[in-house]
Design a protein. Structure first.
Length: 237
């Protein structure tokens, strides 16, 4: 999450929606007091991180401020495929980062181990892994804060109602980012990218990874993320 008091805005950071790139470009404006990494949040009584949802943000004191709110979304097929890669990257690197408390480190270790066991059971095969994903993993945000595939509307809606005034599509990131800057009333910063697994994901309406999915995976994604397809007008395959 990027929070600017000077410019009175909040930009949410859903997983796998170019949030690292947005953060890099807007870092000079960011005044958020909250850690991007795992930390215990007393207002929520649980561990959260930079990918805080609208529901959690609504419990923070900054939610009472009349700031502009914005978020990016991405089609569910590419988010799931990119999330599959991100989980493996996190397992390999996350424990090397300093943690604020030993107990938070152990919590994150347990979460990573759970994700690793699921990947191993699927033989690190994308379609077998998708078949193993459960509804509780997708819809419940609090149990495993390392599972990166909650519905994108958790960062755009609250209790079924729109919570942000701007929703941009990652598939058209550059023009959408310029539109975001207009909505926020800020100059467009210099272009810079970070953590883009596939640079071609930015700038095309095509589903970049759909050819990696078998029919069963497509149907599973259609079911798990049905509301995202409806809200953001992404075509189902």
């Amino acid at each position: 999450m990027i929070l600017s008091h000077r410019h009175r805005f909040v930009l949410f950071a859903p997983w796998k929606t170019a949030s690292s790139t947005a953060h890099l470009r807007l870092q000079p404006l960011n005044e958020s007091p909250y850690s991007r990494f795992f930390d215990f949040q007393p207002a929520l009584n649980r561990v959260v991180h930079q990918h805080i949802t609208c529901a959690d943000f609504n419990a923070l004191p900054e939610a009472r401020l009349d700031y502009r709110r914005a978020s990016f979304v991405r089609n569910p097929y590419d988010r799931v495929c990119s999330g599959f890669i991100q989980l493996q990257r996190d397992i390999a690197t996350q424990m090397d980062v300093p943690f604020p408390q030993p107990w938070i480190r152990e919590l994150v270790r347990e979460q990573l181990d759970e994700n690793r066991r699921q990947l191993e059971a699927a033989g690190y095969d994308l379609n077998a892994w998708i078949a193993s994903i459960t509804e509780r993993q997708v819809y419940e945000t609090g149990r495993n804060t390392n599972f990166s595939l909650h519905p994108a509307h958790y960062w755009t809606h609250l209790a079924g109602e729109p919570y942000v005034g701007f929703v941009g599509r990652v598939e058209r990131f550059e023009p959408e980012f310029e539109r975001l800057c207009g909505f926020l009333g800020i100059p467009v910063p210099p272009r810079a990218d970070e953590n883009v697994t596939d640079a071609a994901m930015l700038g095309s309406d095509a589903y970049r990874y759909a050819d990696r999915l078998d029919r069963a995976s497509i149907e599973r994604i259609n079911a798990l993320f049905a509301r995202d397809f409806e809200l953001f007008d992404y075509a189902r395959l």
